[in-house]
Design a protein around this ligand. Structure first.
Ligand SMILES: NC(=O)c1ccc[n+]([C@@H]2O[C@H](COP(=O)([O-])OP(=O)(O)OC[C@H]3O[C@@H](n4cnc5c(N)ncnc54)[C@H](O)[C@@H]3O)[C@@H](O)[C@H]2O)c1
Length: 390
């Protein structure tokens, strides 16, 4: 392997901390990447989390206080995957320490937290910060984005973007921090899944100016640690109907984030339809991208047609994986990291990049408007996004 060595530390050795550690071990799959990351340190308040990381030889430091990592000059990049109520403090401290940061979504528990993180970044531009959102790195998603960017759709008719789960259909599933507003945030499922569904629309410039919303608290109680019901006070499902401008014409953009979408395991979907063409993609059928157009089959003549294309393994950064092979969640995570570290190195070029702090902060403005719209029953304006409010 070639490339400059970058030392990475993980804060929060839970579900995502382990996923990222595993992805970094697959780095040799990338072809000619300018950076070679080494996972050297792990922080978790629960020392039991360290046991899993013992199998990774490069990990030489384990700490229970993240500030020990900030004081460690050998560490270049932190990946922080902890509860949402902890984001602001940990991200701000990391930025002030001048470290690079791949932050987990939702980038602070609410808009005020996101703005505080942006303000720290404005004071410390030397800190390179991006926010985690890996689903657009599926090859099929990249194909859909490229098709839209080509202009093939013409004037847009409508757009839909969604992220759908359904493990919460099990009403006996015990409560955890993600189902409690004081840890997850008032925006509930939007905090959990929203950036996944908003990353691509925002990147394509489809920033909503106004919206309505439907929020559902479908499961008000869940079993606590002792089996007794505890208040589960987060929104399970959120549907945001918004509008953005394309050449001064409003285009409807529907964004669904659902923890209870029966039958869906972890499905990211994107569909954009225009007068000249259309494209749709769902990770439920990860190899298949559908494009719309008018075709002229021999003997039939011009007809409207959705056509299916199979995509292979290649996404943003080339890999040794055979072009015809399949891609999955772990590959998307690896691609997101490839994009993050290449962009930090100034070597990403015009390839698709990770969600920016401004995009992540924009989602909080959208969630704020969605909460207000649900409460008022009216259409609410979304504050302009991409603005750094110090
Ligand atoms: N990108 C994705 O696809 C994706 C998927 C799931 C979760 N997430 C996000 O990742 C973050 C973490 O979620 P998770 O599912 O990994 O959670 P988790 O509960 O599985 O893990 C969190 C870990 O953080 C540790 N922790 C708590 N406080 C800490 C502190 N002060 N310092 C260090 N460690 C601390 C906990 O002990 C636990 O091991 C959240 O922001 C969540 O929204 C992202």
């Amino acid at each position: 392997m070639t490339g400059r060595t970058v030392n990475v530390a993980i804060v929060g050795g839970g579900l995502m901390g382990r996923e990222i550690a595993a992805a970094i071990q697959r780095w040799p799959a990338l072809v000619d990447h300018p950076v070679r990351p080494r996972l050297t340190a792990v922080c978790d308040v629960n020392p039991a989390a360290f046991a899993w990381f013992e199998q990774i030889d490069t990990v030489t430091t384990t700490v229970t206080d993240y500030r020990d990592l900030l004081a460690d000059d050998s560490i270049d990049v932190l990946y922080i995957a902890v509860r949402h109520d902890l984001h602001e403090q940990l991200y701000v401290d990391t930025i002030r320490a001048g470290k690079s940061l791949l932050a987990e979504k939702p980038f602070g528990i609410d808009r005020a937290a996101a703005d505080a993180i942006l303000a720290a970044l404005a004071e410390h531009p030397e800190s390179f910060v991006r926010c985690s959102s890996e689903m657009p790195f599926f090859p099929g998603a990249q194909a859909a984005i490229a098709h839209v960017a080509s202009g093939a759709l013409g004037r847009l008719i409508e757009v839909r973007s969604a992220f759908l789960h359904s493990s919460d259909l099990d009403l006996d599933k015990p409560i955890n921090w993600k189902r409690q507003a004081r840890f997850c945030g008032e925006a509930g499922v939007m905090n959990d899944l929203g950036l996944h569904a908003w990353h691509v629309p925002l990147r394509l410039g489809w920033t909503p100016a106004r919206l309505t919303s439907v929020l559902q608290d479908l499961v008000p109680f869940r079993p606590g640690a002792d089996g007794r019901p505890e208040r589960c006070d987060t929104w399970e499902n959120a549907t945001v109907n918004s509008w953005f401008d394309q050449d001064d014409i409003e285009v409807p953009l529907r964004v669904e984030t659902k923890r209870i979408a029966p039958g869906q395991k972890n499905t990211w979907e994107f569909e954009a339809i225009g007068l000249d063409g259309g494209v749709r993609y769902s990770t439920a059928r990860p190899k298949t991208v559908e494009v719309f157009g008018v075709i002229s089959p021999a003997g039939i003549g011009a007809e409207q047609s959705w056509q299916r294309i199979q995509v292979g393994s290649q996404s943003v950064w080339p890999t040794v994986t055979g072009g015809i092979f399949e891609s999955g969640f772990s590959d998307a995570i690896l691609q997101m990291w490839a994009a993050f570290l290449a962009e930090r190195e100034g070597a990403l070029g015009d390839r698709f990049a990770c969600a920016t702090p401004e995009e992540a902060a924009a989602t909080h403005r959208i969630y704020e408007a969605a909460l207000a719209a649900h409460a008022s029953g009216r259409t609410e304006l979304v504050e302009p996004v991409g603005v750094r409010t110090a």
